[in-house]
Design a protein around this ligand. Structure first.
Ligand SMILES: Cc1cc2nc3c(=O)[nH]c(=O)nc-3n(C[C@H](O)[C@H](O)[C@H](O)COP(=O)(O)OP(=O)(O)OC[C@H]3O[C@@H](n4cnc5c(N)ncnc54)[C@H](O)[C@@H]3O)c2cc1C
Length: 394
């Protein structure tokens, strides 16, 4: 069967959900179908290492992984670089003409995996080429180098990691981290908070808890002028660089046009059935997973990975046995909250589930996991190209 005769399982978004789906599809997708991933970036963005890459230079190219070898052959699948602009009942429309497809891709099954936007530099959503994204990281490095007093607004994983990276490499710079809650990583065990707090203290990060920085209308201006940022509780923070590490916005607009009833108006996430089909009964062939999905899992790459695996297994069941009912599909079970935070080159904190126990651990147990590129090398393996001096700029 030639590639064009095959039916398509289409994924919009080429990040964690897509990579997990590709992995599962390799062993179970029936040969009547192929996987088509539509992604606007030319390369997979390995965001896990962005906090470090905002500070240390010379390895940025390792964080943008080519899709060119993601599939063994076009019969199995293809990653298309394009922006999906509209979804109809049968097709995904594209912003450009793509060889072999034209300006739309027909789908029999669809996984909606457009994720979420985070403020830069935690996420480089708008940088579609590898060179553009690397340039943007280098600009951030230059800003941090130039500043003397840095204010980080928001102490989720990105704010916490970035604070330590800056202090580890530029101990002469003052770093203030402001957090709206009274606990770091409140979805995890208290140990994640207390161990993180101790590490921040050891690196001399100034911490402000239970308070919010007042952000001027139009945002901060990067002119390196020393200003005093006011907080809701009346504090003043002197700084010449401000970096926002707060909030994520789900990218659900595209699906909202086709199926408005699937979008949770309170948070803009896509509501799903336990099978990870969208809640709209008109579209039993549309699934969702990852950061855009309204699920109780904490939004991590690991959770996205597991959810995507379930979507693909259910799709393969429906393909193999036409007429499969919802009740016969696999159901999503909320995932155990697990995470690993990298605090500079030699420290870290993680929460792991070992059997039924949740353990938080740090340095001595995590040492073997520390790599300068935060394990970006594995992402090259996921996408079929091994990372080396020769391939790093591909
Ligand atoms: C700085 C940072 C560090 C992190 N570190 C960790 C970590 O250490 N461990 C961990 O488990 N998790 C981590 N996370 C969380 C993790 O990255 C996310 O949970 C995960 O990436 C979600 O995957 P996803 O596939 O749902 O969506 P995303 O990764 O958000 O990707 C969505 C993709 O869809 C594409 N897209 C969107 N709209 C369109 C469209 N219309 N057409 C074409 N393409 C489109 C985007 O370009 C993007 O590539 C981190 C997140 C950030 C921001």
């Amino acid at each position: 069967m030639s590639p064009s005769e095959k039916k398509n399982v289409v994924i919009i978004g080429g990040s964690c959900v897509a990579i997990s789906s590709m992995t599962t599809a390799k062993s179970i997708l029936p040969s009547t179908h192929r996987l088509i991933v539509i992604e606007k970036h030319s390369h997979f963005h390995y965001m896990f290492a962005f906090p470090r890459a905002c500070v240390i230079s010379g390895w940025e190219n390792e964080l943008f992984v080519p899709y060119s070898k993601a599939f063994d052959s076009p019969e199995k699948g293809q990653v298309i670089q394009a922006l999906a602009t509209n979804i109809t009942k049968t097709h995904v429309e594209l912003d450009r003409d793509v060889e072999g497809f034209g300006t739309s891709v027909e789908y029999e099954y669809l996984i909606y995996a457009t994720g979420a936007r985070h403020p830069e530099p935690g996420n480089l959503n708008d940088y579609d080429t590898k060179t553009g994204a690397i340039e943007r990281l280098k600009e951030t490095q230059e800003k941090i180098k130039k500043a003397t007093k840095v204010l980080l607004i928001g102490a989720g994983a990105v704010g916490l990691e970035l604070a330590v990276e800056i202090r580890e490499h530029f101990p002469e710079k003052e770093v203030t981290l402001i957090h709206s809650r009274d606990q770091y990583m409140p979805s995890y065990k208290l140990g994640m908070h207390s161990k993180s707090d101790a590490i921040l203290k050891s690196f001399g990060v100034r911490q402000i808890m239970s308070d919010r920085a007042i952000i001027p209308e139009g945002g901060f201006v990067d002119d390196f002028k020393m200003i005093k940022v006011q907080t809701k509780n009346g504090k003043e923070i002197e700084c010449d660089l401000q970096i926002q590490c707060t909030g994520m916005t789900p990218q659900s607009d595209l699906l909202a046009k086709l199926s408005p009833s699937s979008i949770n108006p309170a948070n803009k996430l896509v509501m799903t059935k336990p099978t990870l089909q969208i809640v709209d009964d008109q579209f039993p062939n549309i699934f969702t997973a990852g950061d855009v999905a309204d699920l109780p899992d904490i939004k991590t790459g690991g959770a996205a990975w597991g959810e995507a695996d379930l979507c693909m297994r259910n799709i393969c069941k429906m393909i193999s046995k036409p007429g499969t009912q919802e009740k016969d599909l696999n159901k999503h079970k909320p995932m155990a909250p697990q995470i690993m935070l990298y605090y500079g080159l030699a420290k870290g904190v993680c929460q792991l589930k070992i059997f039924i126990l949740f353990v938080t651990s740090w340095d001595f147990l995590l040492k073997k996991f520390y790599t300068y590129n935060v394990h970006a090398t594995r992402a090259w393996g996921w996408l079929g190209t091994s990372l080396s001096k020769e391939t790093a700029d591909l």
